[in-house]
Ligand binder design. Structure first.
Ligand SMILES: [Zn+2]
Length: 600
């Protein structure tokens, strides 16, 4: 393996346990098991009669539950971090599996608690939720209750769970098996044919050679079209299954279960998506600009990810650390202080090595433990942004350690706030340092395209899902019908600025979110626009924004996103708030526009 600047940068997990053989691992699990059994013995019967339960007793139960989960989190995190550090190690594989198995047994002993809490009548629940003794757990108790109107009886839930394995889950597995074994035939310049998998063919869309991009795109859609019948059948079946469950669980419309999980009001999402659509003209403007940069009259779909400008030189790990710390420091010295600890105390595993898990993540195990970061640092700018992103999560995970276990984690919609904000800080800092306009062009175009992918494209994906669900109500979906809906939803985004080939009608068919986590994609739009709007606020307000933002991060998941954002003056129901995010995008494109003119 070629050596690079992050060689030797490994995390130190000894804060958790000494090794995979540490006898404390087994001792923790045994202790958790005993405590869970004792918990069930003490609280099962009182919880069956919630009307007679006192706030003091419920507090005692919640404290103990949090303690057990904390301890389980320590073992579970250690096992999964160790496994991520070397997935090929049989010892780590075994530890990961056995910890998972034993944790599931323990969690099953505790499951009754939440179920019984859901069954409590509304008057009893309100009495306990509003009792000052339980203030610390108010949000948890209250938010759990939101599933009450949509939960069926225990035997019914059990049957659904069991039948799902051969029903909707089986269709999901079929989809994964088909898409992971897809093969695409690319004709090379010398006329020879080459077989590529999905990620290989997609990465060719970023190549500088235009004909190569075009041929890759043709091969992609040609390959997908061969599976049209079965991919359509899977999606059609899963939509039907979703609609059936909505009826049985009494959800008013298909997106409702997702809104509930995200703790978000459907009206907010509707406003947000409409504002995004009103700003599609920004995308058209950018695509015209990009065509100019590439020397084209009009962009074809396969030019969308073509590189422009000049990439920044190799970026060694130490330099990345300095850039990130300086950028964080400019925001607030406390940010630097927290991030510096990750580097100094070896909480980051950055080197590339065989067997290590790919990609990057930040694990924030629980309020009693500090977070850990894994990445595969390869000396380029993209990886600098990845470290900034994960350190943003790390800051969030550190600052919210003030919260108790149940108030620590944030829902999907706000989980990416600190990470994307961290990237913005580093991006702006880097841009200001560059003097070569070609490098600035590459930076600005890269950022703009990243944002488009999370805002506009995810908005399009969500609209497509809505269209498909609406069409399924009348009749079974055909490949033809789905292709038309897909071209329809995308046509609004690309407008006249991008030439969409007819083969693009298969573009919907390999997207896993439609299968495994329906209506998930709007959370990306929400997260990105929220950060852009907050970032704009920071630019407008300057230093007075900082303490409000710190408070937001410190709040963890102690309340709904809407309530936590209110003190920052954010009203997520307001169209103008979402428009702020687009003003930030406008200024990015404006910056690029300024560079393009003299460059041509
Ligand atoms: Zn993230």
């Amino acid at each position: 393996m070629v050596s690079n600047s992050a060689d030797g940068i490994k995390w130190n997990l000894s804060d958790l346990y000494t090794s995979y053989e540490d006898p404390q691992i087994d001792a923790t699990l045994k202790d958790c098991h005993d405590r869970a059994a004792a918990f069930a013995a003490r609280f099962r019967i009182p919880m069956e009669e919630p009307r007679t339960i006192t706030a003091e007793l419920l507090l005692e139960a919640l404290n103990e539950l949090a303690n057990i989960y904390e301890a389980l989190g320590r073992v579970g995190s250690y096992a999964s971090l160790l496994y991520a550090s070397d997935t090929a190690s049989p010892n780590y594989q075994n530890l990961e599996q056995s910890v998972e198995q034993r944790s599931t047994e323990i969690r099953n002993l505790l499951l009754f608690f939440e179920l019984q809490w859901l069954r409590a009548d509304d008057v009893t629940a309100a009495r306990l939720i509003n009792d000052p003794t339980l203030t610390l757990y108010r949000h948890y108790l209250e938010s759990q209750r939101r599933y009450r109107p949509h939960t069926l009886s225990e035997p019914e839930e059990k049957i659904i769970n069991e039948k799902d394995n051969t029903g909707s889950n089986a269709f999901g597995r079929l989809f994964s098996e088909i898409t992971s074994s897809l093969s695409f035939t690319l004709e090379k310049e010398d006329g020879k044919l080459e077989d590529l998998n999905l990620s290989q063919i997609l990465s060719l869309l970023h190549e500088p050679d235009r004909t190569l991009r075009q041929r890759a795109m043709e091969a992609l859609y040609q390959g997908l079209s061969q599976h049209a019948q079965v991919l359509t059948f899977i999606y059609d079946t899963l939509i039907q299954d979703h609609l059936t469950m909505d009826r049985l669980r009494d959800y008013p419309y298909p997106m409702a279960p997702r809104h509930l999980a995200n703790e978000i009001d459907g009206a907010v999402v509707k406003t947000m998506m409409e504002v995004a659509e009103k700003n599609y003209h920004l995308a058209h403007h950018y695509f015209q600009l990009k065509a100019k940069l590439l020397g084209l009259n009009r962009l074809a779909l396969f030019d969308q990810y073509a590189p422009v400008g000049k990439e920044v030189k190799p970026f060694p790990y130490n330099q990345a650390r300095e850039v990130i710390l300086e950028a964080f420091n400019a925001f607030d010295p406390k940010f630097r202080e927290i991030a510096a600890e990750f580097f100094a105390k070896n909480w980051i595993d950055a080197e590339i090595r065989k067997g290590k898990r790919g990609g990057a993540f930040c694990a924030s195990p629980s309020p009693q433990l500090h977070p850990y970061i894994l990445c595969n640092y390869d000396d380029n700018l993209r990886d600098v942004m990845t470290v900034a992103h994960e350190l943003g999560h790390g800051l969030h995970g550190t600052l919210s350690r003030k919260q108790n276990y149940f108030n620590y984690y944030t829902p999907l919609t706000t989980a990416e706030t600190a990470s994307v904000f961290g990237e913005m800080l580093v991006f702006d800092y880097l841009l200001a340092q560059q003097t070569d306009p070609q490098v600035q062009i590459a930076l600005l175009a890269g950022k703009t395209e990243d944002i488009f992918a999370t805002v506009f494209r995810q908005n399009v994906l969500t609209r497509f899902e809505e269209l498909a669900f609406a069409a399924r109500k009348d009749k079974r979906l055909t490949p033809e019908a789905l292709g038309n809906l897909w071209l329809d939803a995308n046509g609004k985004y690309y407008g006249d600025a991008v030439d969409m080939p007819d083969g693009y009608r298969w573009g919907w068919s390999y997207i896993p979110h439609f299968i495994h986590s329906r209506f998930y994609c709007y959370s990306y739009v929400f997260g990105q626009l929220l950060v852009l709007a907050l970032y704009r606020m920071y630019k407008d307000e300057g230093k007075s924004f900082v303490p409000k933002y710190l408070t937001l991060l410190e709040s963890g998941g102690s309340d709904s996103p809407e309530a936590l954002l209110k003190p920052l003056g954010v009203n997520i129901h307001d169209e103008a708030f979402w428009q702020n995010g687009f003003e930030e995008i406008k200024s990015l494109i404006g910056g690029l526009q300024g560079l393009v003119k003299p460059a041509l």
